[in-house]
Design a protein around this ligand. Sequence first.
Ligand SMILES: Nc1ncnc2c1ncn2[C@@H]1O[C@H](COP(=O)(O)OP(=O)(O)OP(=O)(O)O)[C@@H](O)[C@H]1O
Ligand SMILES: [Mg+2]
Length: 461
Amino acid sequence: MFLKSLTGRFLLLTIIFVMLAEVLIFVPSVARFRVDYLQERLERSQIASLALLATPNDMVEPELEAELLDNAGVLNIVLRRDEMRELILSQPMPAMVDRDYDLRMAGPLTLINDTFATLMGDGDRVIRVIGAPVKGAGLLIEIALYERPLRAAIVDYGLRILTLSAVISVLTASLLFFAVRRFVVSPITRLVNNIKAYEKAPEDGRRLIKPKAGVTELFDAETALRSMQKQLTQSLRQKERLAALGSAVSKISHDLRNILTTAQLLADRMETSDDPRVQKSAPKLVNSISRAVNLCESTLGYGKVGETVPMITEFSMKHLLNDIVESELLAVNDTPVSITSQVEGDVRLAADKEQIYRVMSNIVRNARQVLEARPEGGQISLYGCEQSDGWLMSVRDNGPGLPMRAQDNLFEAFKGSVRKGGSGLGLAISAELVQGHGGTLKVSQTGEAGTEFQVWLPKSS
Ligand SMILES: Nc1ncnc2c1ncn2[C@@H]1O[C@H](COP(=O)(O)OP(=O)(O)OP(=O)(O)O)[C@@H](O)[C@H]1O
Ligand SMILES: [Mg+2]
């Protein structure tokens, strides 16, 4: 769990990275250590061999020779002073020389290789090392020595470096751990807590985050969050106000409709008045009041749409479209408007019958109203069919096409109407009802040749 947290990951990764870096330093420095060790042996041997210079025939007593070799820590020494003269300190060799190492021309890779060979070996080897004498004291110096002390010194040195690496990596990781906690984790936790608190009451303006992170990126995140919260809170408040307004409008529409219905009844009676002027204006009054009643009813209907969940039943598409044709034909005035319907086969539709009836009759009514408004009238044809994944119904007329102004906001409440006395709710309500079924309502064609609306309902929504 801890290793999955940001701080845990940082801790682990830092330890790994520092150890990796240390290993990269470790290899060359151990090789360097070996060279230094051998170089020092060569120098000590050189000093020991110089003791021979004090003697007349470059020879010393065997005891002194053994002591000199012992002090230098080697088995024998050959110092070539020039082409002619060699100073030699030697004792009987315990074993054959296993390997020669010439330090004068060894490159870094050879040195690293040789170090590993020493470490991998068992230390029982006798090695010969060749180097250049210091201070130009000769042409070359050559020593033989046991490899074991060299190997032990390298192991010891390596272990010390590894321990130091471990200490450094743990120390660095701990420092980073606290830094990450302080500069990254705390601000993120604050951000998350704020989001949680805000989520509980987004309309409460006091819960907006106050940016104060020290790290620029987190500060930017806090600022962006604050601006998003601000917008959200504002639009929530606006929505609340609109909802309140909407319910007030519904109540007003409701009461107004009742008042107007009474007025409608009274206006009806005026038509029987003896006064010809009253008689003449009565139909206009009735018309105006009817329009007002319609507006109230549509507004009330729109307010309810959001709550209506479709009650799915199975019914015949043919019957539904026929019913609509019949009731619309009843409403046609003296203009020559024909309405026909055609359904391919005996299609059974699974949907909310009442709602789909409202959708289709809204569309047909619009077409009828448009055709009635012109003296030549027109034709409306309804068509329905079943498809593999849904049902398609269309209403086509040969009217003048949708006015530009209506096209822009056709399916938006109160906005799409260009008809005198229209409220602009019919298509908005229809679209919502179709969407409630998971279907689509669209204008598939409009222009001088007429308009076609298509309703598509999916088989499983
Ligand atoms: N078949 C059509 N041909 C031409 N114009 C149309 C057609 N159907 C709709 N319209 C236009 O689209 C507008 C919007 O229609 P919608 O049904 O949404 O509102 P409305 O009919 O004006 O009012 P409401 O239906 O709420 O009483 C109409 O005013 C009309 O101008
Ligand atoms: Mg309409």
